[in-house]
Design a protein around this ligand. Sequence first.
Ligand code: ZN
Length: 241
Amino acid sequence: MLKVTVWNENRHEQKDPLVQEIYPEGIHGAIAGFLKEEPFEVKTATLDEPEHGLTDDVLLGTDVLVWWGHLAHHEVSDAIVEKVKQRVLDGMGLIILHSGHFSKIFKVLMGTSCDLKWREAGEKERIWIVDPSHPIVEGLGEYIELEKEEMYGEHFDIPAPDQLLMVSWFEGGEVFRSGCTYQRGKGKTFYFRPGHETYPTYHHKDIQRVIRNAVKWAKPTELPKPIYGNAKPLEEIKASK
Ligand code: ZN
């Protein structure tokens, strides 16, 4: 069974009554809840746990890690970020949600600032599917509509995605690359934009579908470890003339 760990910094939930009302079990609890509808083994981990809940045992036992952070990116220890990065390079899937664009792990995997424009105006977002062939968008319509969301606008300072699956339009006029895949080492990473803490975005069926599909897509590939370094020839090499 696919092993999924949902990581959340869990700070808005402790201080903002509106966020507590929308996500009484935390954003991690809401995401874990709908992931459990799949045949996944789902755990949660949060910033304030020892080692942020991401001990070696947890990381080694995780096939796909889902990440939500915002206020406290700087409180995530560099040592843990390095371990998560190594697991990604070794094949663990990583789903980065919303304000996770500024997490240490996403920035180190991207190598760019990951900066963007933003605005909290409770505006409409329409997320257009621009790659209907991709398994992450399976079961969706032409677009997902969210009545109220935070705006993220271009330019989004990321490397060109391996695959661009979704583009958001916002009521205020901006657009944004909202669904981006990246291969890093043997691991697959997916960035998915929506999910501001003061809107019920993770209760939306289509948003849940994308995250469930993304977890399935990002699962590690079962292959022997590649062998690196100096290599003996497989065939006899005839001396060059
Ligand atoms: Zn936000």
